[in-house]
Design a binder for this molecule. Sequence first.
Ligand code: FE2
Length: 304
Amino acid sequence: MTATMLTSEQIRSFDRDGFLVLPDFVSDEACGALRRRAVQLVDEFEPTARRTVFTTNEQTRSSNEEFLSSGPKVWCFFEEAAFGDDGELTRETSLSVNKIGHAMHDLDPEFEQFSYTRELAEVAADLGQPDALALQSMYIFKQPYIGGEVNCHQDATFLCTEPASVIGFWFAIEDATLDNGCLWAIPGGHRTTLRRLMKRHVEGDDTAGTYFEMLDDTPLPEVGDDRLVPLPVTAGTLIVLHGLLPHCSRTNTSPVSRHAYSLHTIPAGVGYPAWNWLQRGEDMPLRPLAAVADALAAHEAANA
Ligand code: FE2
């Protein structure tokens, strides 16, 4: 296969490190448009459904029915720290949300346009997914002062295929710094085992939650481990993450938000177990990056 977007050095670097930093991958205009649309989605979010709190705390997550049903939706998840003792938001809504997930790339035209691009399809192809399917999108706000820590994890724990194949494309929509919670990872950390799988209960009540199946109890590094290196980047940078790479981010203690958008892809034809938390109905099949990017470009050209 001939590489199209990446140099052979960049491909080697990804294979060696498990991540690849591509500065200026998207324009300021594209970042600005996605940011405006994300804030608008939060503003428009159904007020009666504003209580879904996203947390890395496993128990809360596993019991959260709204999380489990959000795979084919556009849903807003709130910060734990955003609510007062009375259960009311203590700050304005747009500063209280943790993330939006998990199908904006297929349900919202602005996110679709950002996600399905020829450039991204070619990066995916260069890294072994010429037939990449867009599985999951997340817009992460990492709010000033309350944006929480994300423990070291492997994305393949949450998006499992047989064999493991998920790639994460993490776009800095705003500058990500040491102060506002940039990503951290261990170079080469992906050359390891998958530690655990998050599984959905598939028998009986499928809203019953999730549980973790331990595959290898070797602990992942913790935030603060001196093998972790920070990945501060400017807005518009794309960081590509191997599905087995342990990565994390610290609490945002700064007055500045750290918006990011992540899109996860898997190759066509791999096994996708029914116990993955993220399930779509047959009416909403996963779509290929390259073909949809081409169709969007053709549509735009026809309307130009
Ligand atoms: Fe992740």
